[in-house]
Design a protein around this ligand. Sequence first.
Ligand code: SF4
Length: 342
Amino acid sequence: MNDKSSGKVIANLADGDLSRPVISAALQCRGSKQANLFALARQQRSVAFPSEEVEVRSVIEVSNVCRQGCRYCNMGLKSKQEKYTISYEELLRLAEFVYEKKNRRVLLLQSGENCSKDFIDHLTECVEELHRRHPDLVLILCCGNLTEAQYRQLYNAGARRYVLKFETSNPTLYRQVKPRDTLQRRLECLETLLALGYQVGSGNIVGLPGQTLGDLLDDLELVGRYPLAMQSATVFIPGESSDYKNEPPGDVDTTLNLMALMRIRYPDRLMPTTSSLEKLRDDGQYWGLMAGANTVTVHDGTPPELKHLFPIYSTKRITLQDDHFRAVVERAQLKFATKGLK
Ligand code: SF4
C-alpha cells in the first residue's frame, strides 16, 4: 500500500474493508492517523458496550510452579526461584478481602502450568468454595494447558471463564518461544475449553523476537477463528532473567494499533489494557483504553510478600491500585464497573 492509499486506511476500515493490505497499513499508523484509528475503535466499543464501563478484576497468583519453559518468562521449569502455592485457607482469605473490602465481583486466579492431580484438586476445592459462598463472583482461570477432564472438573466446580493465550499464530515461532509446547496442542486446549462451555479469552504477544508483520496479520485472523468472549494483544517484555533478556521489547504503538484493530474487527469482546503497556510507556494503560480496551486487572489479591515470586514477565512489576485506575478510567471517559460485563 503506497502513501496515498494509506491515507485512506481509516476510511477503508470504517467502510468495513478489513483486507490484509488495509490492516497492514493500519498497524503502522502513527500520529493523527493513529488517533483516528483509536477513535474508530472507541466508536465500535460504544456500540457493543453502550454502558461505557470497564470491567475491573482482581488477580490472585495462586502458584508459581510451572512445567513450561517460555523463553520470555522469568518463571517456568528452569527458574531457580523459590516455589509457592497459596493454601486453601489463605486463598479464601484473600478472595474474601477483594470481595468484601474491594467490592470486586470478578476474580482472576492465575498460576504457572501445573497439571498435577494435587494442584488441580486444590484449585478445584478453592473454586468450589468460592462459588458456593459467592455465586455472583465471576471466576476466571489462567492456568495453561490442562487435560479435558481437568478443565471439566474446574468448570463443574464453578469456573466460567478461562484465559489461554495462543501467543503467536506462527507454529515455528511458537515452538521457538515455548519449546516445551506446540501451537497445535495449545489450540486443541482452546477448542476443548470452548466445547465445555467456558467463556474463553485468547490473544497474542506483539514484538516477539523473529515475529513479522505478516505474523501479526495472521494473529488477528486467528483471534477471529474462535467464538471468544475475551481477546488480547500484549506487548513483549523480555524477562530480566529469561533467555530473551537481551532482546528489545515490543513496540507499544504497534500493540495499541493491533488492539484497536481487534476492537474494530471483533467489537463485542472484552479486551484488557495490560500493565505491560504501563511498564513500557507512562500512561500506557490509559492509551490501551483509548485504543478500545475495556478491562483492567488490579494486582491487589496476591499478598505483597509473594508478589516478587510471580515475575512472569518482569521482576520489576507495575502493581497499580484502585485510585490510579479510577482516575485513568475517568480520564478515558469510561466508568469503573466491579461486576462482570459478560
Ligand atoms: S509464561 Fe506461563 S507457562 Fe510460560 S513459563 Fe512463564 S509461567 Fe510458565
